[in-house]
Design a protein around this ligand. Structure first.
Ligand code: C5P
Length: 236
């Protein structure tokens, strides 16, 4: 391999399908999986549990850093499993309140910088699928393939509504729609590592595409990139 890392990054706004597609890809390829959103949610969870606000970034990072954060892909299409100190916190971190607080904490530069080492520790020889908002632009700029998933706001809100409902969390659809709109706006306009399309990314609109179709498109592109890589290596 040349200077590219064996990483596929998948960035995009709320509900664009990053998690579902990323997990399917990781399981299909036998690569590691990093749900970086879960890491920001973990910060929000420990901050809430310890009554810490965003001004206490070092304390929040220390607790998360000592918690042996792990995200594991699931085969059943549900969101990734997330563990802190071995305890399954997957349900606790997926509430609308934690999502909002995570997005507020994510505007904080020290939090973002502090989480870099945990994210980098996910790099594996075997390969890594990393999903989030700044995976291709900031955290893994040398990724082999950068993907940007998008979908119209209505489709994305519907997906989130169904996900929450399946977990027994009842929310008002219009309120959720507004909440997602606000979170996207905050994530894309913040000063540090805002959500943007990475240069040269494969952009896929998932509004009317089932996840398996999206996976096939990404695998085809990956295949083409890997062949190119091999050619480059041969002539170096
Ligand atoms: O992807 P998910 O909805 O779990 O992410 C929760 C929040 O974490 C996002 O709204 C965003 O503010 C933040 N985040 C981020 N950078 C990432 C992943 C998530 O700022 N790479």
């Amino acid at each position: 391999m040349n200077s590219y890392s064996k990483v596929v990054t998948i960035d995009g706004p709320v509900g664009s399908g990053k998690g579902t597609v990323g997990q399917k890809l990781a399981l299909k390829l036998g690569w590691g999986f990093l749900d970086s959103g879960a890491l920001y949610r973990a910060c929000a969870l420990v901050a809430t549990e310890n009554s810490l606000d965003s001004s206490r970034s070092s304390a929040i990072l220390k607790i998360v850093g000592d918690s042996d954060f792990r995200s594991e892909p699931r085969a059943d299409g549900e969101e990734a499993l997330v563990f802190l100190k071995g305890a399954n916190v997957s349900e606790q971190i997926r509430t609308p309140d934690i999502a909002r607080f995570a997005s507020e904490l994510a505007t904080n530069e020290s939090i973002r910088t502090g989480l870099m080492s945990i994210q980098n520790s996910y790099l594996r020889e075997s390969g890594l699928i990393a999903d989030g908002r700044d995976m291709g632009t900031v955290v893994f700029p040398n990724a082999l393939l950068k993907v940007y998933l998008d979908a119209n706001l209505h489709a994305r809100a519907e997906r989130k509504y169904i996900q929450l409902k399946n977990k027994g969390i009842c929310v008002n659809f219009d309120a959720l729609y507004k909440e997602i709109e606000q979170r996207d706006a905050r994530d894309s306009t913040r000063i540090h590592a805002p959500l943007t399309k990475p240069e040269g990314a494969l952009v896929i609109d998932t509004s009317n595409l089932p996840p398996d179709e999206v996976v096939i498109r990404i695998l085809n592109e990956l295949d083409a990139v890997c062949k190119m890589e091999f050619e480059i290596e041969k002539y170096c």
